[in-house]
Design a protein around this ligand. Sequence first.
Ligand code: UD1
Ligand code: CA
Length: 522
Amino acid sequence: MRKLAALVLAAGKGTRMRSRLPKVLHSLVGRPLLDYALAAIEGATPGAQTSEPGEGQDGPIPIVVVASPESHAMRATFDGRCRFAIQPEQLGTADAVLAAQATLASLSPAPSHVLILPGDAPLLTAQTLLALLTAASQSASPLALITAQAPNPTGYGRVVRDQQGQVSAIIEEKNASPQQRVITEVNSSIYCISVDWLWEYLPHVQRNPVSGEYYLVDLVEMAARQGHAIPTVSAALEEVMGINDRVQLAEAEQIMRRRILERLMLSGVTLTDPASTFIDASVQIGQDTVIQPFTTISGQTTIGSDCVIGPQSVISDSQIGDNCVVIGSWLEEATLEARVHVGPMSHLRPGAHLASGVHLGNYAEVKKSFIGAGTQMHHFSYMGDATVGENVNIGAGSITCNYDGTPIKKQTMIEDGASVGSDTLFIAPVRMGRGATTGAGAVVNHDVPPGTLVVGMPARAIRRVHTKEGETRATPHAASATEQSEEPGGNSASANLRESSDASALSQAAPLSTPKRGEGEE
Ligand code: UD1
Ligand code: CA
């Protein structure tokens, strides 16, 4: 075999899918069907695997995809990975190959053989394609093909063999006699054909009297009649399974998912219940991570080692470090550094970045925000467009009010060691200084200086506080009001309200910040 090209047939109407979307753009485990055919060919490139059939082939196998004139979306999706030939009218698989003649002839150097495959057989592996190439290169026959045993051959072309066991023809179901219909060896539609022979005999294919289409399978009978012993490679039915309708699409999805999960398990990932676990091929997971049931992980996601994910977590396009726990939560385009705990019932939206050791508890939502190392955010809170420092304690029910009706969201900055009392509202843009404290129910609509306790609505300064270490900090009494009261009934809000009246003189005498809004100011 001197030089190889590949031809993928993908111009069919896909009528049986009953869809507005072209069949080969339907998604299987997050990737369009056509992507799998291209990947199998790319994987069969000499050098991609060590094997000799491609000897003389330098570089990748050029790929031509036969598409319909309406295939703009397909061409846009796969542009750069293959060339396209347009089949003006869908007159059958032989006509589809003919439609690619000029494009194949334009390849330089000209191919001696062409690997033909359908665009709707996504489970095919590169190894099986290589086996076909080997069989073709060891035979004098101008045509070699892949077949499979199908206990229920419905819908497939049947492989008819003579008394010596040589292939004599492929008969489509519509044309098959009752005796031929019970044949369980089926055609995969995957061939390796000598280019010179192909262009000589393809024009001789006649319209099928039953369907009115030109069938590529007719070439098999022609080669047999010429006395060629046609080599066949037997593949698992699962590999050559063609997707014609959505039932077959779901079957293929299940098989493909199982393959991915097995690869993960063999690489050291525990899946408590593979049957309820859905993971895309693009996902990477480290050793000794445990994926609990009812979990879906998709897109460009990487998960480190020794994590526990799920039960019931949905994660897409996210980066998760080592030793993280994500229980019953939803993560989209989020980043978790090491030792982060999330959930149950939390939602990390695009741009959420949790530094190491962050603990998010129940019903936390984070969007476009950085949460510094060691920060705790245990119950019912929302941080949007915020930068939160290290070791901040965010009390239950605290939220950023980042949207004032204008298109640009307003930023909140909470500095290291701050203590946010339960039910604090940050009216952004606003900054809470290092080590500052808000009392429960505070409405913070102007900046809080470092080491200051603010309370009320709108929150106003009541006094300066100092820690033993000399840093400004809330007093134990006020701080207790801002802790996340784990104990039921801890009513810290009333403590703060009492205190605020005592301290109003201080805020009058020495204002710690300038009110920036008119609303509610004294
Ligand atoms: C085809 C084979 C059948 C084989 C089965 C394996 C023929 C006549 N039959 O049947 O022997 O067992 O695949 O899955 O080849 N296509 C075009 N242009 C056309 C018609 C089809 O590009 O005018 C493309 C389709 O998009 C598809 C491929 O060719 O990717 C095969 O066509 P399809 O209609 O699915 O053929 P099957 O009936 O499955
Ligand atoms: Ca098919």
